[in-house]
Design a protein. Structure first.
Length: 186
């Protein structure tokens, strides 16, 4: 997810008895940064890595973090993700030595959501929750964004917040019928 960094030009005034909080509409743009959301729905765990940009190398470093720090004991990780052009095994080879890229690539079972189907990715649902619960205000720098998203993750993880996934196989057969082969009877 991308987040525009915006700082207040004047300090907001808190609400007082009989007065609403006051926020000046003027702001200072401070660039952009990206956050990679990782979500394990069965464990009800999520993690976020904030980076300056959304490049293939930043994504590859997130994969390395996932493999080596989050799940070091796992033989295989099942990774469901969207089809962004930087999120391919080739990006691992851009970022690391061929041996390291191969090691990471072999640890992952790759699954891509259909084009325009990012709503099938549960991490996208968590991104939406983060947008509403944490990112719906001005944040002026990357360090603050990292701190805020980290606190949000810890709170959601401690509460074991899961995803109420209601998309059934029957729903998939209707909504995604164009992706399934059709059988013609004559």
């Amino acid at each position: 997810m991308c987040k525009q960094l915006i700082a207040d030009v004047r300090d907001p005034q808190p609400a007082l008895p009989g007065l609403a909080a006051r926020v000046d509409y003027e702001y200072e743009r401070r660039g952009m940064c990206s956050a990679f959301m990782v979500y394990a729905p069965l464990e009800k765990w999520r993690g976020v890595r904030v980076t300056g940009q959304r490049t293939a190398q930043h994504w590859a470093q997130t994969i390395q973090w996932l493999c080596d720090e989050v799940y070091p004991q796992a033989e295989k990780l099942v990774l469901v993700q969207d089809n962004l052009n930087t999120r391919t095994p080739a990006s691992l080879y851009e970022a690391f030595t061929p041996e390291e890229a191969m090691r990471l690539k072999e640890r992952i079972e790759w699954h891509y959501t259909p084009k325009h189907g990012s709503w099938l990715n549960m991490a996208e649902i968590e991104i939406g929750v983060a947008q509403h619960q944490c990112l719906d205000r001005r944040i002026g720098d990357q360090a603050t964004l990292e701190k805020e998203l980290g606190a949000w993750c810890r709170k959601r993880n401690a509460a074991h917040c899961g995803t109420d996934w209601q998309f059934t196989t029957e729903d998939a057969r209707i909504k995604l019928k164009r992706l399934y082969p059709s059988t013609l009877l004559t």
